[in-house]
Ligand binder design. Structure first.
Ligand code: ADP
Length: 570
């Protein structure tokens, strides 16, 4: 680089000096030549006029003598010519041998009484002369000055100019080397600074103090580096704060790159996987759990948050895995230990199941004795019989409640494995309608099945019948006034959606979001009176969820209600 800058500066200097010298040479030489010529001419005129006066008045010396003397004094060639052009005397040649000069331009001018001048090559001497002729009485005197002496002068000036140019070039060379050295030293500092910054050393500075453009660039770069250093420090600080925060969490946090390599993990992760997590290791080596890996993969692919429950991810501990895509294509996952919650939930379910189970026998006994007493003749009076009827009804209701609680506990726990196999949707509908047909007829309601194409669903037949049973019972119980129930199915994204539609009173919209909650009833008194437990729809929801499906409801007050449940296609 130094060479290049040096060469450029040198080239520029040489060019400027050469241009200046050339301009000077042309303009000065021209002016100088003209001045010299004019001065010589003026001197020659003065000399010629003086000599013309002498030729007119000096009668003592011969013309030849006077010409020779004048030539010596003025360092010119002197010629005296008669008005007819005959040469009378000449300081350098024999006049007799010289031709008639009447035709020479300077002589012709002098003959007409003026000062004649001409520049040309002399035939006699063979050099270029400046001729000057003036009239002198009946004669003409002519002085010829050899231009060679003027040209010699000019050559002298030119050689001085060339010497000065060479000297100037040498000086320019020294100056160029010095300037190039200074500039390149400053530029080298900037380059070194840039290399330090590129290597990550943001504390590097150029520290230029002068005020020229290079210094301005250096100062701007210093400012940039200072700002970068400050920003970097702030980023580092917030990063370490974030790290401290994430490390203080009990939840495991792990970030992976798009190629599923560990980018970062908090301390809790090491506790979950029982080993030190190596940054850059494939995540599969750190945590080989199918649900966890599938959730990460899904979030990477979908670019949306994904979550799943990973059972027995660490020993017997289950975790809720949340995977959030990162802007650069990776994914960060938070592992929340849900073992304790699951344990509490299981305890609750077990307790309900146990209580229900324990209540079964005494309830059966109460109902049995009440029925026996009611049916015994003559033993009781009417009011006692009525009381016993109430006891029996309530025992029956409690029986239904315990049965439903048991079923709900079972389906909620998901412990009872579903017997999933392909079923023709049409067949499921037909069987469910057949088993409920008797109840419909008793309630004076028409139960019909909509004809559907040959779709198959993956389902537990017994569980699906229970779902239909609950939904149709509800329709018979709450929408009997509609006189009609239609069941059917249609295709949906994700599977086949079954429905149970009635034309009863409908459900007000404010109840719809909570209708599938356990013990949620629109009209408590009516539900109880009709033998409802408030658990039917909750059981429906859990059975469908266990199939990987979904439930929903549409209702319009005064027009009827439709319950939908989606089951996966076989
Ligand atoms: P229940 O044992 O009380 O029937 P469910 O969970 O089966 O409990 O139903 C919850 C509530 O939803 C019922 O109490 C009833 O008010 C309402 N409901 C259910 N099905 C219908 C329907 N087809 N039409 C109107 N209301 C309904």
């Amino acid at each position: 680089m130094r060479n290049r800058i040096f060469l450029k500066a040198m080239g520029a200097f040489v060019l400027v000096i050469a241009a200046a010298t050339l301009t000077l040479d042309i303009s000065i030489r021209h002016t100088w030549e003209n001045t010299l010529r004019r001065d010589s001419e003026r001197l020659l005129v003065q000399n010629a006029q003086g000599f013309a006066l002498r030729v007119q008045n000096d009668h003592q010396h011969s013309l030849q003598q006077m010409a020779t003397e004048e030539a010596q004094i003025t360092e010119t060639r002197v010629t005296i010519i008669a008005r007819d052009g005959v040469v009378l005397a000449d300081s350098e040649a024999d006049p007799k041998t010289m031709e008639n000069h009447a035709g020479r331009p300077e002589i012709a001018a002098a003959l007409s009484g003026k000062v004649g001048s001409s520049t040309r090559l002399s035939h006699t001497v063979g050099v270029e002369f400046l001729y000057l002729a003036v009239p002198s009485g009946d004669k003409i005197v002519r002085l010829a000055y050899p231009l060679a002496s003027i040209q010699q002068h000019i050559a002298d000036i030119r050689s001085t100019l060339v010497r000065a140019t060479i000297l100037a070039l040498l000086l320019a060379l020294v100056l160029a080397v010095a300037i190039a050295e200074v500039i390149s030293r400053r530029l080298r500092r900037i380059v070194r600074f840039a290399e330090q910054v590129a290597a990550g050393d943001l504390s590097a500075r150029i520290a230029e103090t002068s005020g020229d453009e290079i210094a301005q660039v250096a100062m701007a770069l210093d400012r940039t580096a200072r700002r970068l250093e400050e920003n970097f420090a702030a980023v580092r600080e917030s990063r370490s704060e974030l790290e401290a925060l994430l490390n203080s969490m009990t939840d495991g946090v792990i970030a992976v790159s798009p190629d599923m390599k560990v980018r970062w993990a908090n301390h809790a992760i090491a506790g979950i996987v029982h080993q030190q997590v190596r940054i850059g290791a494939p995540v599969i080596e750190v945590l080989r759990h199918p649900d966890f890996l599938a959730t990460l993969g899904a979030a990477l692919k979908s670019k949306h948050r994904e979550s799943a429950i990973a059972a027995s991810l660490s020993g017997h501990r289950s975790f809720l895995v949340n995977a959030e895509p990162l802007p650069d294509g990776g994914v960060v996952s938070v592992l929340h230990d849900i073992s304790a919650v699951e344990r509490v939930e299981k305890t609750r379910r077990d307790f309900i199941a146990n209580v229900s189970h324990e209540l079964r026998t005494p309830l059966t006994s109460i109902r049995g004795y009440a029925e026996t007493l009611i049916e015994s003749d003559g033993l009781l009076n009417d009011s006692a019989r009525e009381f016993l009827q109430v006891i029996r009804r309530n025992a029956e209701r409690m029986g239904r409640l315990t049965e439903d609680l048991l079923v709900l506990a079972r389906v909620e726990s998901g412990e009872e494995k579903l017997d999933l196999r392909p079923h023709l949707a049409r067949q499921l509908l037909a069987e469910s309608a057949a088993s409920m047909q008797e109840n419909a007829r008793a309630a004076d309601v028409e139960l019909t099945v909509e004809s559907i194409p040959d779709w198959s669903v993956m389902a537990d037949g017994y569980a699906v019948h229970q779902v239909f049973g609950n939904l149709i019972s509800n329709a018979l119980r709450y929408a009997q006034s509609g006189r009609k129930i239609i069941i059917g199915a249609h295709e949906q994204t994700g599977g086949i959606e079954f429905f149970v539609r009635d034309f009863g009173p409908g459900i007000a919209s404010e109840h719809l979001p909570r209708i599938f909650e356990r013990f949620y009833r629109v009209d408590k008194a009516r539900s109880r009176e009709s033998g409802g437990t408030g658990l039917g729809l909750a059981i429906v929801k859990h059975i469908v969820l266990n199939h990987g499906g979904a439930v929903r409801v549409e209702s319009s007050v005064g027009h009827g209600t439709t319950f939908f449940f989606l089951l996966p296609k076989a």
